[in-house]
Design a protein around this ligand. Structure first.
Ligand SMILES: Cc1ncc(COP(=O)(O)O)c(C=O)c1O
Length: 310
């Protein structure tokens, strides 16, 4: 992976192109905060606030790394249109990079994605192909478009640059910022493409061999935006869950309740997958105590048109 290190970032850029192309750490270096009010008694829960990335989600990391790798390796040549299947966040990150670097970007996404995501994608210059069904149908449509020669797809579900961005980015930042002598007991990540949990677990076990890796998942019958279940018939090739020690399935209702709690006690308005992660982490800490890290993918703004905020 490019020039990622766990050093502090440069704070000054010569314009947006410089910040994207020429600095060591474009996305990343997100805040790492202890949830002192939310942590159950006898435990400490820390959040990695990924909505502080340039387009507001953890997926800026994967988008940047896949895009830069594709250009470096010659897979993405000037003028080649970009295509991606995404529930929103990866597309938003890629659309920004495509637009400022002069590439056309087409996003295949489920028709029922929230209005805010579609608006953001259009605002960043992407063309949308809205697909009946869910994320798997969007993937199929994008793959067909690539097979028809309509462009190049980073394919976040199978691209090693996706987990790599977390192994050498997210995980190294957590290790750098972890405040205790004793290692953390566990880390909680949502399972979507598997990029986050694969990369974060690979990165953290090198420093903390005994850390528990918690996969937070939706129920297949009760989808949560950006998430997936290990029971889903499609398992992304990029996902390596061999280091996962615990699996938590969370209902949408519990994830929304946790979003409200996080606003009330810590003042963070997070997205529903972050709510699911917080729910799983708090329940686990209540039962077991200890220390844990919650990697929180995005904020709540993109979900305002959905229940219960509409
Ligand atoms: C809001 C949200 N949460 C969780 C995830 C899951 O992250 P990953 O794809 O790295 O598994 C995504 C991925 O798109 C997402 O957009």
């Amino acid at each position: 992976m490019g020039a990622r290190t766990n050093q502090k970032p440069a704070r000054y850029f010569h314009g947006i192109l410089d910040s994207i192309q020429h600095t060591p750490i474009p996305p990343g270096n997100t805040p790492f905060v202890e949830f002192t009010a939310l942590s159950p008694e006898g435990s400490r829960l820390f959040g990695k606030l990924e909505w502080y990335n340039p387009t507001g989600s953890i997926k800026d990391r994967a988008a940047w790394n896949m895009f830069e790798n594709a250009r470096r390796d010659g897979d993405l040549r000037p003028g080649t249109p970009l295509i991606e299947a995404t529930s929103g966040n990866t597309g938003i990150g890629l659309a920004r990079l495509a637009t400022v670097n002069g590439y056309e970007m087409t996003i295949c996404l489920p028709k029922n994605s929230t209005a805010e995501r579609k608006q953001l994608l259009r605002a960043y210059g992407a063309k949308l192909v809205e697909v009946d069904g869910g994320p798997n149908d969007a993937i199929e449509r994008a793959r067909n478009m690539v097979a028809d020669g309509l462009g190049f797809m980073c394919y976040q579900y199978g691209n090693p640059g996706n987990p790599e961005s977390h192994e050498f980015g997210t995980a190294l930042e957590i290790i750098r910022d972890w405040p205790d002598e004793a290692p953390p007991n566990g880390v909680f990540c949502a399972y979507g493409t598997g990029g986050t949990i694969t990369g974060v677990s690979r990165g953290l076990v090198k420093a903390y061999p005994d850390i528990a890796i918690h996969s937070v998942e939706e129920f297949t019958s009760d989808p949560i935006s950006g998430m997936r279940s290990q029971d889903d018939p499609f398992q992304p090739p990029v996902a390596d869950l061999s280091l996962v020690t615990h699996r938590h399935e969370v209902t949408k209702a519990d994830s929304i309740a946790a979003v409200s709690t996080l606003i009330e006690v810590e003042g963070h308005f997070v997205g529903t997958s972050s709510g699911a992660i917080v729910h799983a982490a708090v329940e686990h800490l209540k039962a077991n105590g200890g220390t844990a890290i919650a990697v929180l993918p995005d904020a709540g703004w993109k979900y305002l048109s959905g229940a219960p905020w509409a």
